[in-house]
Design a protein. Structure first.
Length: 406
């Protein structure tokens, strides 16, 4: 009887050792999804800018003459400076984000190391509790025989029920201890793996930062070179202005001769054109990609508008309306309008497209509004790739913006 009492007392004492369930607080995980999304955006933007730059470089390298090459460089230098400046800004932001992530990852590693130490202590505590449980079982006589002995030694049904509950609770706790040990070991391994992953990501970020710093140094050299080109361009323009002022009278004489020549051409076209009604309505803008007007109609006696933009050279020139090609001149590419086209739209209305690099239509050919008729160039008296676009009414130059609707 005393042996059974000792066994029951031992079991009750063991129950007092059972810890209440404790749930560890989940640490805040490193939430860097927003930073990763921004890094992806920066990478895509940088690639797009590099693609634009490579396209311009390809146009420069494919120029068939040194003059064409210089013309393209002159026209594109502002855009190239803007592109390189944006790339440097993107690299600066990307380096900042990567450096910030490195700091966050170091913080994450420190936190995980603290959690790992706490988890190790927790495992050691659970192991000690399990050892006490084993010692209690051993001291009470061991295993299933002890449990069966308690049940058979009950003096009443109610006592047997109480003892059965005690035995069940102890057995359940044994399983819970083992399960907790297993879970704690898994969590410990996860913390160790997490630390290793963070360390690897830190090394990757450090490598990316060094790569970006190297790339930035290259881009800064490019920018310095582009600024020098821009300064040279300004100096060239200043020299051209001085030359113009020195030869103003001669240049004006040439312009007067050119206007007289063009008026004679238009007068000849209008002998038939005035007999055909103009039904074109609002005209189309003569370019699908260029919209910058660098010289307005009437500015300094200008007979049309000059249209350009980034990457202008070689882009399509479009017919502003339906009509018939009356002139497709390539005879004097180094003077006047260079390579140009005149389309008659009837009713004494014609459009002219000058300084083209390549013509795509011939005299007598019918064209439709929006049809490509040439490519943008810088032939004739031109300082860079653009479309000189004119509208004439009864041989008189009129403002093209009164006719075009985009």
């Amino acid at each position: 009887m005393s042996k059974r009492r000792r066994l029951l007392a031992g079991l009750l004492a063991l129950m007092l050792l059972l810890p209440l369930p404790v749930h560890a607080d989940e640490g805040d995980e490193l939430d860097n999804s927003a930073a990763q999304d921004r890094l992806a955006e920066l990478n895509n933007s940088y690639k797009e800018l590099e693609s634009q730059k490579e396209k311009v470089d390809s146009q420069i390298n494919s120029a068939r003459t040194e003059r064409k090459r210089q013309e393209i460089i002159s026209a594109e230098i502002d855009g190239q400076i803007n592109t390189t400046t944006k790339q440097i800004e993107l690299l600066t932001e990307r380096i900042g984000l990567l450096t910030q992530q490195i700091g966050q990852l170091n913080g994450s590693i420190a936190q995980k190391q603290l959690e790992m130490e706490a988890k190790q202590e927790e495992i050691e505590g659970t192991m000690e509790l399990f050892k006490k449980r084993m010692r209690a079982i051993y001291m009470s006589g061991g295993g299933n025989n002890t449990a069966i002995g308690m049940m058979l030694g009950a003096e009443s049904y109610s006592q047997m029920v109480i003892r059965a509950e005690v035995v069940g609770r102890v057995a359940k706790h044994d399983r819970e201890l083992l399960s907790k040990l297993d879970q704690d070991l898994k969590e410990l391994n996860e913390l160790k793996n997490g630390i290793e992953q963070d360390k690897q990501e830190i090394e990757q970020n450090k490598s990316a930062v060094e790569d970006d710093k190297t790339e930035m140094a290259v881009k800064k050299e490019e920018l310095d070179s582009q600024y020098q080109m821009a300064r040279d361009k300004v100096e060239d323009i200043a020299a051209q202005e001085q030359e113009y002022l020195a030869n103003k009278a001669e240049i004006q004489k040439k312009l007067n001769l050119l206007e007289a020549e063009m008026r004679a051409i238009y007068d000849e076209i209008n002998k038939e054109s005035v007999n055909v009604p103009y039904t074109g309505g609002t005209m189309r803008w003569p370019s699908p990609s260029l919209s910058q007007i660098t010289t307005q109609f009437g500015e300094g006696g200008h007979t049309g508008i000059d249209i350009t933009g980034s990457g202008a050279y070689g882009t399509p020139v479009l017919a502003a309306g339906d009509g018939v090609v009356k002139v497709a001149s390539v005879q004097n590419p180094d003077s006047g309008y260079g390579k140009y086209i005149i389309i008659d739209h009837g009713g004494g209305v014609q459009t002219l497209y000058a300084h083209c690099s390549l013509l795509g239509v011939s005299v007598g050919q019918s064209v439709s509004a929006g049809q490509q008729i040439a490519q943008v160039g810088s032939t004739g008296w031109s300082t860079g790739p653009h479309i000189h676009f004119e509208v004439r009414k009864n041989s008189q130059a009129v403002n093209p913006l009164a006719y075009v609707g985009g």
